[in-house]
Design a protein around this ligand. Structure first.
Ligand code: NAP
Length: 319
């Protein structure tokens, strides 16, 4: 068991927690909740019978079911861990079974669209506290999760002006118990920040790997053989879950397009510098970007070892 998670609690934070979607993120939360005894009863629900069978085999929850509506009955905290494209359907399914006073939260990588899809279904007396743990890997499914995923990562909460502060505090306490740092911001600001730190980088990775795969002058075997020259790190990011990332781009359209516009302008400036032999512009930018990497290491969001310094099984992409 992960020692850095700390000892189990004597009294649970919530009497009953329900997780919907037991993939990478849901199963990581389940493992941490089980280890820390944060829930009196932990319920796991997933539309996939194969996922639920695996959750039972792994002993990740007290109750595991494909009946998503039944799963939220009497829950104090419900966390949606499904792709954002499934939010409206899941919210409509669970709404009639949510008890007054319950908190509904999520882990989706986009927040304004999450609120737009969830809030019309949230009954009066139920609190919606959207959240995004900025931690992840390129792997999917219940076997990919691990309890320490969220330690020293940031979890961003994006409550609206009328969200009950006590509910926000309860969700803050939950993520802090999992080892996360917590920050609160508006959904719009979250989407803008994540567009440049996560969404556009993923799009660039998907694009460059796609371009390389389509090149006629360079063979596929050469792409694989010489991948250590920078390309390999893009392939790791470009191996991320296709459903999740399709939904991210469809649901954070404006912020991604805004950041892509700026990216294209800066890329054009680099293109011009190369064309005109302007080495100083290239050198200045590369010096600035090296400093950014060193700052990320200095604040503990990355390790300095070469080969991206991944700890085994923890090649977090910080999504
Ligand atoms: P995942 O490993 O693919 O898991 C998602 C699970 O949800 C799967 O078991 C899926 O079943 C299930 N599911 C899909 N639609 C459902 C529905 N309508 N009802 C019930 N279950 C359903 O995905 P993940 O990487 O954990 O991502 C889940 C969420 O976390 C996404 O919203 C994503 O934006 C967010 N997130 C991801 C990361 C990351 O690094 N991956 C990081 C931070 C946040 P099937 O496999 O049968 O579809």
């Amino acid at each position: 068991m992960p020692d850095r998670l700390g000892p189990p609690r004597e009294t649970p934070l919530f009497k009953r927690i329900t997780l919907i979607g037991l993939g990478l993120i849901g199963s990581s939360i389940a493992r941490a909740v089980r280890h820390l005894k944060l829930a009196g009863t932990l319920v796991a629900a997933d539309a996939s019978p194969a996922v639920i069978a695996r959750v039972s085999e792994l002993g990740l929850a007290d109750i595991a079911t494909t009946d998503v509506a039944e799963a939220v009955t009497d829950a104090d905290l419900v966390i949606l861990c499904v792709p954002v494209g499934a939010y409206a359907e899941v919210a409509a399914t669970i709404a009639p079974r949510l008890k007054p006073g319950a908190i509904v939260s999520d882990v989706g990588s986009v927040k304004a669209a999450a609120i737009a899809q969830l809030s019309p279904h949230i009954p009066p007396g139920v609190h919606l506290v959207p959240a995004h743990p900025v931690a992840g890997t390129e792997h999917s499914g219940p076997d990919a999760g691990f309890a320490t995923l969220f330690i020293d990562r940031w979890s961003i909460l994006t409550p609206t002006d009328d969200t009950d502060p006590a509910a926000v505090n309860a969700v803050r306490g939950f993520w802090r118990a999992l080892g996360s740092n917590v920050e609160v911001m508006t959904a719009q600001h979250h989407d803008l920040v994540l567009a440049i730190t996560s969404h556009v980088p993923h799009l660039i990775a998907y694009n460059i790997v796609g371009t390389a795969a389509d090149l006629e002058e360079v063979t596929q075997s050469e792409v694989i053989k010489f991948s250590a020259g920078g390309f390999r790190d893009f392939t790791r990011i470009a191996a991320s879950d296709p459903t999740m990332w399709r939904d991210v781009f469809l649901n954070n359209k404006e912020a991604v397009l805004e950041m892509l516009g700026r990216f294209n302008e800066d890329l054009a400036a680099l293109q011009r510098a190369i064309r005109w032999g302007d080495g100083q512009t290239l050198f200045d930018l590369f010096t600035r970007t090296r400093a950014i990497r060193r700052n990320i290491i200095a604040v503990g969001q990355e390790t300095p070892e070469p080969d991206f310094g991944r700890r085994r099984g923890e090649d977090s992409t910080g999504q």
